[in-house]
Design a protein around this ligand. Structure first.
Ligand SMILES: C[S@@+](CC[C@H](N)C(=O)[O-])C[C@H]1O[C@@H](n2cnc3c(N)ncnc32)[C@H](O)[C@@H]1O
Length: 272
């Protein structure tokens, strides 16, 4: 799909829940339909702490981007599986630090493209492209990516709360390595995904989400499988953690409690 301006391959089906719209509902957004809400309500019966989880994840994303911009000098972001625009999106956080920061949003949900284009009409340092995040060649060759991103300088590749959408046969670890191999030393990989220590939760949520989203889902994994994504990389402090524990700020935030059914787990690595 590289080189095509709008590689739209799916249309919006309001009757089939989408991961992007369900996540929007969990965050309290309005870009979702009855089917998304129904699916979320069913999901909350299996994993009741999921709204706090979604909020924790979004706050993690914002803290990471702010930290990378202020402490690591990162000015370019490739946000894989960016989701529907909500408050304090990556470009807003990064451009508050430096108005020249560049952000490419990548998502396969057609609604993300539509809403993103509207939001970004006035911002020529940010773009949104509709693509499969596993299509690394297509993404890196996309004209908007080539226009905005200077690949001789460090880039932060974000994979925040997305790898559970990628089934094993699509090789999420291979995707991360492909992207890492194209970035210069000093670049950053941010990776987290849904994990659970409880086998029955991994199995039941994976089955529920695969059925609900018509197969647009991968797998709830174990923490050690996320650890494996980071092998050979320089993991930044505080290491791989439940994401609300990644450099928490001083504000009081909702937490999932002591023994949540599932968590977002991961961290940040610098490429050598
Ligand atoms: C849970 S949301 C995470 C949004 C954002 N990264 C965040 O953490 O706030 C997952 C997003 O990944 C997108 N997604 C899922 N599979 C994808 C794929 N194969 N290619 C591109 N985007 C995908 C979904 O459409 C959704 O917007």
């Amino acid at each position: 799909m590289g080189g095509e301006e709008e590689p739209v391959s799916h249309s919006v089906d309001v009757n089939v829940p989408s991961v992007a719209r369900m996540y929007d509902w969990l965050l309290g957004g309005t870009d979702n339909y009855a089917a998304d809400e129904d699916a979320c309500l069913q999901l909350l019966r299996i994993v009741p702490t999921t709204r706090a989880l979604a909020l924790n994840n979004r706050l993690f994303l914002q803290r990471v981007v702010h930290t990378l911009a202020t402490e690591y000098g990162i000015r370019q972001f490739l946000d894989h599986g960016s989701g529907l625009p909500t408050q304090d999106n990556v470009h807003q956080v990064a451009q508050r630090v430096d108005s020249d920061a560049r952000v490419v949003y990548i998502d396969n949900d057609p609604l993300v493209l539509a809403h993103g284009r509207t939001l970004l009409d006035q911002n020529d340092r940010t773009t949104v492209i509709q693509a499969e995040m596993t299509d690394t060649d297509g993404i890196f060759e996309h004209p908007d990516v080539r226009r905005l991103i200077e690949f001789k300088a460090p880039v932060a590749a974000l994979f925040v709360s997305v790898l559970h959408c990628i089934p094993d046969e699509d090789d999420p670890a291979g995707m991360i390595e492909r992207v890492a191999s194209r970035l210069v030393p000093g670049s950053i990989m941010v990776v987290c995904q849904l994990v659970s220590e409880h086998r029955h939760i991994r199995d039941s949520v994976t089955e529920f989400m695969a059925q609900s989203t018509n197969g647009s889902w991968g797998r709830v994994r174990e923490p050690r499988e996320v650890d494996a994504y980071f092998i050979g990389k320089e993991i930044l402090e505080p290491g791989l953690v439940e994401v609300s524990r990644w450099r928490p700020d001083t504000e009081v935030r909702p937490r999932q409690g002591r023994d949540p059914e599932w968590i977002e787990y991961g961290g940040v690595a610098r490429l050598r």
